[in-house]
Write a new protein. Structure first.
Length: 94
């Protein structure tokens, strides 16, 4: 089971960014271990910003909850495998 979020936020330059993402705490530990280079370094983000895994870009991105435009949708998908986080499989099945 994977919680997949889809949301848009307004960037500092007033552009908007839309992304489909999985929260870090929802990623499988094995998958996360292959992506994190320096586990001893912890990054603190300002309030409202959250580090997420962008499914479409297959990379870490920051989502700005304070600048969210409209509703952030969440969908729970069953039976997702680790490899699905590397591809657009999750977004194609919606």
């Amino acid at each position: 089971m994977v919680k997949v979020f889809t949301g848009t936020f307004q960037k500092k330059n007033n552009d908007t960014r839309s992304m489909t993402f999985v929260k870090i705490e929802d990623l499988p530990k094995d998958f996360l271990g292959t992506k994190v280079k320096n586990e001893s370094s912890e990054r603190t983000l300002p309030e409202g910003l959250e580090l997420v895994w962008d499914i479409e870009s297959a990379g870490f991105r920051t989502f700005n909850w304070k600048a969210a435009v409209g509703e952030v949708k969440v969908e729970i998908l069953e039976g997702k495998e680790e490899d699905d986080f590397e591809t657009k499989h999750l977004t194609e099945q919606k």
